[in-house]
Write a protein that binds this ligand. Sequence first.
Ligand code: ATP
Length: 266
Amino acid sequence: MADGSPLLRVEHLRKVYASGRGEVEAIGDLSFTMSPGELVCIVGPSGCGKTTLLKCLAGLLRPTSGLVEMEGSPVTGPSPAMAVVFQEYGRSLYPWLTVRGNVELPLRHKKLSRGERERMVADALDAVGLRQSARSHPWQLSGGMQQRVAIARAIAYQPEVLIMDEPFAAVDAQTRADLEDLVRELHLTRRISTVFVTHDIDESVYLGERVLVLSNSPTRVQEDLVIDLPQERDQLTTRALPRFTELRTHVYEQIQQAKRGTRSDR
Ligand SMILES: Nc1ncnc2c1ncn2[C@@H]1O[C@H](COP(=O)(O)OP(=O)(O)OP(=O)(O)O)[C@@H](O)[C@H]1O
């Protein structure tokens, strides 16, 4: 994708759920593009349709209308080009497999020699700092370590896009800060294209190169904000920058407006 064309294109996406109580229009008319190597955070009011959007991106849910395109091809079903990390690490790891077994599992669907598979698993475990825990089972690890296993599994697979759905919502604040730094480090060292959904405004500004603020349901992109903070980020110095405060205040105001169903331009 060296020609500047987007990696991911979402155009006029609309999703209406049909339920017993009638129709729920979760996504109204949503468009954005993402370039290779970007880290895009998505925030919005509770229940605005973030998970619905991620499921449409990953091909897990069929849109009512509109288009999701990966490298120029429509996404019509679960895409092998994408890996998803969910909030519930406990439910996404197999307790009867070791850490190594969990990370290796999706690679079994790729045509790789055993040696290549082992190298990729070891590399991914190194990247998340878990080489020493390869033989443990997930239930022997802390919540933060289990989420690292889920991240290792996703990056070992070498997806075109890594999708993360509120991945750190269930861990304590210190672990969360460590995991945020892990995502930044993986982004800088491996240029993994990442879509990261979060409820946490500060997290979206700290992690993202762009923040998409979604409107209330039926959702659309209320604002596509460039995060012009230095690429090298640090929990203390970055969060203490006046620009960080300006950006998080701006996103906060946008979300308040989204909740009220109004918007103002910057
Ligand atoms: N399977 C479904 N059937 C009917 N309505 C649904 C279904 N899934 C989601 N919805 C509705 O669609 C809207 C968007 O839900 P979604 O879970 O995508 O929002 P969200 O932003 O991820 O929520 P949260 O902030 O709680 O994580 C909500 O009104 C929700 O009730």
